[in-house]
Design a protein around this ligand. Structure first.
Ligand code: RI2
Length: 335
């Protein structure tokens, strides 16, 4: 278990993975599902391209790569689950060839499953939208937009109000995508969401993390939109693949909320134009289960109160019969 740290092949392969990590850190790759798939594929590429020739060397490179990827963005549990689903128990493979094959196979299964989960969420959840509704969405979620698009095709959605989603303005991605599909779509600033809530029949949003007690961690501003929806009696539909549920967070405050730089808030000024001003840039917030009507997963529609049962099933699957055993612990030490 002591591979050479000077293994140049290994260094090269980790350099490729570091580029993916940097794209995730800088949000060139973003969205809870996309970062999960990119991270899993980076481990798969590491396994594929490893030329060090030693089983222990590949194991250690994968572990180091997983730690690097895990350190990119702290909030979305999709990232941690993707790494574990790609690696968990892979170390039981008896030799280098089978370890490589096992990691590549697990990654491919994760990526395929993740993409098909988005389609299944759309199919499962579109029935929750009453025919001819206008809906509101916040930020840019592949899962939420897929549901909205499926409901539009069925005549359930007749228009979308999309928040800008400061500071990154992911709402621009949302309106471009929906408009390109011929959907009537209106862009608003985040602070207009309460004023316009009376005009919508449902709020449809994505998820970065769901805790065991049913709290939703999602893009900053989500809790404000959900509160406004609850006050107006508008249902809040959360679209979340099962790997967005957290085995590590019993409650909302167990989730680390990512803080990003002041330049994202100060924009279009520069923070140096504002001497004496301090900045806070939390990019996610926590919505309580009472403000969520439904969570749509690839396996069906649940109440936020049933989040723990999704987590139990996922843990049982990940650790084959619910028995994590010492083998899976290998990765947990690093993640
Ligand atoms: P999908 C995004 O985070 C948003 O919070 C969005 O709701 C969530 O990921 C889910 O995205 P960011 O990466 O997986 O833009 O549904 O910070 O696409």
């Amino acid at each position: 278990m002591n591979p050479s740290v000077n293994d140049t092949a290994r260094t090269g392969e980790l350099a490729a993975l570091e580029l993916v990590a940097e794209d995730i850190r800088s949000m060139k790759i973003r969205g809870a599902g996309r970062i999960a798939r990119a991270a899993s594929e980076a481990l798969s590429a590491l396994a594929r391209d490893y030329h060090g020739g030693s089983y222990e060397g590949l194991l250690e490179a994968l572990r180091s790569g997983a730690r690097t990827l895990m350190g990119t963005r702290p909030t979305a549990v999709s990232l941690r689950n993707a790494l574990l689903m790609t690696l968990s128990n892979a170390e039981l493979a008896p030799d280098l060839g089978s370890l490589r094959a096992e990691v590549m196979e697990r990654s491919s299964r994760f990526v395929t499953g993740s993409l098909s989960a988005v389609d299944r969420i759309a199919r499962n959840g579109k029935v929750l939208i009453d025919a001819g509704s206008r809906v509101m969405t916040h930020c840019n979620s592949d899962a939420a937009l897929s549901l909205i698009e499926a409901a539009f095709t069925d005549g359930r959605v007749n228009g979308v109000i999309a928040t800008e989603s400061r500071p990154w303005r992911q709402g621009h991605l949302t309106v471009r995508r929906l408009a390109s599909k011929g959907m009537p779509v209106t862009l608003i600033v985040d602070s207009a969401s309460n004023s316009l809530m009376a005009e919508v029949g449902a709020v449809v949003i994505g998820a970065d993390t769901i805790t065991a007690d049913g709290h939703l961690v999602n893009k900053i501003g989500t809790s404000m939109v959900a509160l406004a929806a609850r006050n107006a009696g508008v249902p809040v539909i959360v679209c979340a693949e099962t790997y967005k549920f957290s085995m590590w967070a019993k409650k909302g405050s167990d989730v680390v909320i990512e803080d990003r730089g002041p330049e994202e808030v100060a924009d279009p000024l520069s923070s140096s134009d504002l001497p004496g001003v301090s900045f806070l840039n939390p990019v996610f917030d926590i919505t309580p289960p009472d403000h969520i009507t439904h969570i749509v997963t690839e396996d069906g529609i649940i109440s936020p109160r049933d989040a723990a049962s999704v987590i139990e099933r996922m843990a049982a699957m990940m650790f084959e019969g619910g028995n994590a055993g010492p083998a899976s612990g290998y990765w947990f030490e690093g993640l």
